[in-house]
Ligand binder design. Structure first.
Ligand code: PGA
Length: 237
């Protein structure tokens, strides 16, 4: 099976810049299953124009279906635009917008009922890692935001907050420990075969191979490095 590469463009690139970059990526065959998360307004247009790329939303609403919820975008609306993946619970959303495990769980459940595969982000802050409480922290995030939905067929992205956008990538031994913990923990292990684990946090062209060599890792989630077409292409090829 091909490894997964999720490119998260966050709130970057205007429509023209984003389309040029995506068009360039659409022209190539990839050694990865390539999933691109551009800003939301571009999605429906890109899905039509760039059929070789799998597109992904960066979030979905806690509201389900359709209704009087100004400013919200539901999983069902995204699905109707041809979107089959969504990033849920990114730490930037958890901290900037204030989403907690309960709202994340609602989003996950909305995705699953709309037929969208959620990519659920979990990860500890630096202080938690320094106090050696990261496993407990992750288990709470996973059990509260994921397991309570009883879901299968999901992607969990381990993105330690101290690694996102900092240039400090988690070390292979740290990742091995965490992925093994997630896969074998009794609260989660029944779902282990249905969960794919990916890593995100300062992944770039220099370190991605080491990350992918870890047995439990199904792929990578790339932020900053995915904005540079040449760097992204050197990973994809
Ligand atoms: P980064 O971002 O690769 O820039 O660290 C990853 C992410 O936020 O998903």
């Amino acid at each position: 099976m091909k490894p997964i590469l999720i490119a998260n463009w966050k709130m970057n690139l205007n429509l023209r810049e984003a389309f040029i970059n995506a068009q360039y990526l659409n022209q190539h065959r990839h050694t990865f299953k390539f999933i691109l998360a551009p800003p939301t307004p571009y999605l429906a247009y890109f899905v039509k124009k760039l059929p070789k790329i799998i597109f992904c939303a960066q979030d979905v609403s806690t509201m389900n279906g359709y209704g009087p919820y100004t400013g919200e975008t539901s999983a069902d609306i995204l699905k109707s635009c041809g979107i089959n993946y969504a990033i849920i619970g990114h730490s930037e959303q958890r901290s900037a917008v204030g989403y907690n495990n309960t709202s994340i769980q609602k989003k996950v459940s909305n995705c699953l009922s709309a037929g969208i595969k959620p990519i659920i982000c979990v990860g500890e802050p630096l202080v938690t890692r320094r106090n050696n409480q990261h496993k407990e922290f992750l288990l709470t995030q996973i059990t509260n935001s994921i397991i309570s939905t009883g879901c299968k067929n999901i992607i969990i992205a381990y993105e330690p907050i101290w690694a996102i956008g900092t240039g400090v990538c988690a070390k292979p031994n740290e990742l091995q420990e965490i992925f093994h913990f997630i896969k074998t923990n009794t609260a989660i292990s029944q779902l282990a075969n249905d969960i794919q684990l990916v890593y995100g946090g300062s992944v770039d062209a220099n370190n991605y191979k080491k990350i992918l060599s870890i047995k439990e890792v199904a792929g990578i989630l790339v932020g900053n490095a995915s904005l540079k077409s040449s760097e992204l292409k050197s990973i994809l090829n």
